[in-house]
Design a protein around this ligand. Structure first.
Ligand SMILES: [Fe+2]
Length: 468
């Protein structure tokens, strides 16, 4: 062995030893001394892809990093291999720098759990949990070291600024998903269909009971980290919408516990988007999805999101302005150049059971304005004679007031159908549905006010189209 080879050998041993030695910072579940004002989160990371996001995340100086799942692509029942794949993350210099700078909180999704779309029947789930907890340096005395599943909660700040972070486990207890065919022309993106059987479970009984206790705890804002999307309607991939009763159970639990301040953070879909659902008797439930850190797949083929999506590599950044009279929670999707691609701000007063959040603050007149949609700009007008109409690209729409908003027909160059629009409670977004020909209303036509686009580039939501 030449002296140079010897030096190289020594250096690689040092590097591997160092990699194996990455020890995540330990953190208590309750941290009243840390007022949380900024944290970052993300999902879907591959060791084989670009790592240039890490310094950008670090540049934002987050107080925490939250893993939303698919933290590695383990995809194996071989636990030695799974461990090795975690160690590749541990050996990544950019990640080591981030882990040195702030505590890391983590939950998992299917690929780091062990298999694509896996649930309770994954045979190595106990062993996988052990490896997960060891890798993230879980405190020996922590609750999730003593129970099944990786769900957990953390608290930050004094009472008047208390933030609760709830990490859900959407894998360990989840029952079988139901496969099915889509009905044309609505082709779903994935193979799963909604299963309303009362025996299906996403969180499992023990986790539901724990979550109820958690939601009773006082907090000003509660970030619920769920690996799969919560607020998005059914689209065929894994979402809460595959188990409508479980989704409703979450809504009912938030209502029952009077838990204010809930914001969902999700990952999994390899693009970033904002979805808002407005359940009866509950304030609007915002779900901000950030995915993927380095395996971007362009924007997804659903038009059901609230506003456009971003299909490049991204991470999420959450900031809380406690100094404001009505504190502001700002959530951004950032790209690898630290540019903000999507942005949504909420006041804490938007996340309460006050009447303004439960009933529409709009009238039919709020439809009359310019909107942006996935199909292009749309202008809705009301004529002097009281007739409503709209134009969107080559489509002309004849509309009339209905029980839920506006409905009517649309006419394109070679096609036509029915359409209906409903305003969001605050009037910033439209939920639209349309049909082609005589088919029922089953296609989506979401719209948003152009000012929502201040923080993103218009071409983002055409990204997928261009790739075709
Ligand atoms: Fe996933």
């Amino acid at each position: 062995m030449t002296p140079l080879t010897l030096i190289c050998f020594y250096l690689s041993v040092c590097l591997l030893t160092h990699a194996g030695e990455l020890k995540h910072q330990t953190i208590a579940n309750d941290n009243p001394e840390i007022t949380l004002t900024k944290f970052a989160y993300g999902s879907c990371w591959k060791s084989t892809h670009s790592q240039k996001h890490w310094p950008v995340i670090l540049e934002n100086k987050p107080q925490l990093w939250i893993w939303l799942g698919d933290n590695i692509y383990g995809d194996t029942s071989d636990m030695d291999l799974l461990k090795k794949k975690y160690n590749l993350l541990g050996a990544t210099e950019g990640y080591q720098n981030l882990a040195e700078s702030c505590p890391i909180l983590a939950t998992w999704d299917d690929h780091d759990y062990g298999a694509n779309d896996a649930g309770a029947d994954f045979s190595m789930k106990k062993e996988s949990q052990k490896i997960f907890l060891e890798f993230f340096n879980e405190r020996p005395d922590s609750a999730r070291n003593k129970r099944e599943g990786v769900y957990s909660s953390y608290y930050f700040g004094p009472a008047e600024k208390r933030v609760q972070v709830i990490l859900l486990d959407t894998r360990y207890f989840r029952s079988h998903l139901k496969k099915g065919e889509g009905k044309p022309p609505y082709k779903r993106m994935g193979k799963w269909i909604a299963d309303s059987s009362p025996t299906t479970t996403l969180l499992g009984d023990a986790q539901w009971r724990w979550l109820e206790r958690e939601l009773h705890q006082p907090a000003k804002v509660r970030f619920i980290a769920t690996s799969i999307q919560f607020s998005v309607p059914h689209h065929g991939h894994e979402t809460w919408a595959n188990m409508p009763l479980e989704k409703q159970r979450m809504i009912d639990l938030i209502k029952k516990t009077k838990a204010e301040g809930v914001v969902f953070l999700s990952g999994d879909i390899h693009s970033s988007e904002l979805c808002i659902t407005e359940p009866q008797g509950c304030y609007p439930l915002v779900d901000f999805t950030s995915s993927s850190l380095n395996v971007p797949l362009g924007t997804s083929n659903t038009h059901q999101r609230t506003g456009p999506a971003y299909g490049g590599a991204n991470f999420g950044l959450v900031q809380i302005d406690w100094a404001a009279v009505d504190p502001v929670v700002s959530i951004s999707t950032k790209d690898n150049q630290n540019q903000t691609r999507l942005h949504h701000s909420l006041h804490l007063s938007d996340l309460t059971f006050s009447e303004k959040n439960l009933i529409p603050q709009t009238s039919i007149e709020n439809f009359a304005r310019k909107w942006q949609t996935f199909y292009g700009a749309m202008t809705i007008k009301k004529d002097a004679d009281g007739k409503w109409h709209a134009s969107c690209a080559e489509r002309n729409l004849k509309l009339r007031p209905s029980a839920t908003g506006l409905s009517g027909t649309w006419q394109g160059v070679n096609s036509s159908g029915k359409v209906s629009f409903q305003l969001s409670r605050n009037g910033r977004f439209l939920r639209g549905k349309h049909s082609e020909g005589a088919l029922p209303l089953q296609l989506d036509w979401a719209a948003w006010q152009p000012d929502w686009e201040t923080h993103f580039k218009r071409d983002d939501y055409h990204l997928r189209k261009k790739k075709k």
